[in-house]
Design a protein around this ligand. Sequence first.
Ligand code: FVH
Length: 295
Amino acid sequence: APNTVDKTPVTLLGLGAMGTALARTWIAAGHPLTVWNRTPARAAAISDEGAGLADSAAAAVAANTLVVVCLLDDDSVGEVLAGTDLTGKDLVNLTTGTPAEARSRAEWARERGARYLDGGIMAVPPMIGLPEAGGYVFYSGSRELFERHRETLGVPAGTTYVGRDAGFAALHDVALLSAMYGMFAGAAHAFALIRKEDIDPASLAPLLADWLVTMAPAVHQTADQLRGGDYTKGVVSSLAMQVAGTPTFLSTAEQQGVSPELLSPYFELMRRRLAQGGGEEDLTGVIDLLVRGPD
Ligand code: FVH
């Protein structure tokens, strides 16, 4: 049996796929765990594994100081916590939401006498409790709360604190996932190009994965250019050269019977930056075209 001495008791509201994975790690690590879920059957399963079962969200919140919520969305967080007494509680919200939702939820919690920490989970349920899988959680909001519960919060996955602004965890979460979707979009186009050829997708996959890993560190140069304001610093492949190459990509897509709809918006931004005089720059100027309004 796990050692439960000195282990912070945890209340967990929400036992979906992610909540269940979180719950199992705290039980395995010996943290006394109280759970509640809207659909009782899911909570019963975790109760059989060693968690205490509360018959209402209010009772679950009352059971412990550290209250973790992992629900579908911000609306469900509001609904579930509405009838609970949060006075003196340490509320950790691992529900995915927007930065604005996190900020207003932090204020909402403060008005109810709770300390607040927001979390953005960079993992899927099978990665929870497996440090070698590389999953982690961004946290933002109360630094004191993060430090107080750092060890407990580190049980399911690694922790990365990104600032006192409660919206920053969600912002980092969405930023990284947005980049991931860009990567998936590029991979989708690459697979589409070979789809009708006698090329095994399984032979392209490792080449694609290696190439993406090789190119990924380019983001460090982008960051350096953004910080310094000189988008020509360290340029290897100028924007002018890259724009000159875009017809090759578009013609190849056409020849392969592939829609350019994933590539074209990015190429259009490259052309606009070139037209503004950014030909000697890297691709960094595209970022400024995306950002709307004054600095
Ligand atoms: N699963 C994943 O791959 C991703 C990985 C990254 C982080 N996300 C976010 O984590 C939150 C929870 O996700 P989940 O995977 O646990 O989601 P579900 O399995 O769909 O479970 C949803 C839970 O929320 C409860 N719930 C929904 N609406 C309400 C409501 N109005 N009142 C009370 N509870 C509600 C639901 O209860 P039930 O359906 O079992 O009764 C589940 O406990 C989420 O923000 C992801 O974006 C997961």
